[in-house]
Design a protein. Structure first.
Length: 198
């Protein structure tokens, strides 16, 4: 009987350690996504070769769709991308990927998009593809893609989405941010998921 009594504190201790461990696990566990129906996917190209969405696995990614001839929203957003990346420390930068995808497959080549993206920050990955690849990427991210009527000189603008897609390390959508978000808010959105990145 004494041995049973002596075992009681040990059992309580083991249970307590287990409960603490379970609590710590739940605190560190990535929360459920608010967008379970969102299934991101693409295989596109830059000056170095092909990049698929799966290549971003394990990192926090921020993705924006536009085109290099965009007169306002795209350059303003990419300026904020660049500023946000500079605000991250060196260790954080290794865990983040910033991606700009051009929807203008008729004018934007992979080389052109790569050069354009790196103008705003050398770590921004610029991607594009042929019509089928771009259409598939736009559909996966539910991004509108519409070419407006060309002017007399053949120049045209495009209607495109303005959301920033903050993607979690597990490939799920973490947040839909605004193209008007300042760099500080972009950094906060990225840091919300960095602790789960590798």
């Amino acid at each position: 009987m004494n041995s049973k009594i002596g075992m009681f504190p040990i059992i309580v201790l083991v249970l307590a350690i287990g409960m603490i461990g379970f609590g710590v696990y739940n605190l560190n566990k990535m929360p459920e996504t608010k967008y379970p129906q969102f299934k991101a996917a693409f295989t596109l190209h830059n000056a170095e070769g092909s990049v698929s969405f799966s290549d971003l696995a394990g990192k926090v990614s921020i993705i924006f769709f536009g085109y290099t001839h965009c007169p306002d929203i795209c350059p303003a957003t990419l300026i904020n991308f660049g500023k946000a990346l500079k605000m991250l420390d060196e260790d954080e930068q290794k865990l983040v990927r910033a991606v700009f995808i051009s929807l203008d497959h008729d004018r934007d080549t992979p080389e052109m998009v790569s050069k354009y993206s790196k103008y705003f920050h050398p770590d921004i990955i610029g991607l594009t593809g042929n019509e089928a690849e771009i259409t598939a990427a736009a559909k996966a991210f539910m991004v509108p893609k519409e070419k407006n009527k060309p002017n007399a000189k053949g120049n045209y603008t495009m209607n495109h989405g303005t959301y920033l897609y903050v993607m979690r390390p597990d490939g799920k959508l973490g947040e839909l941010a605004s193209h008007q978000d300042p760099p500080e808010k972009i950094v906060a959105s990225l840091r919300a998921w960095i602790k789960w990145a590798e």
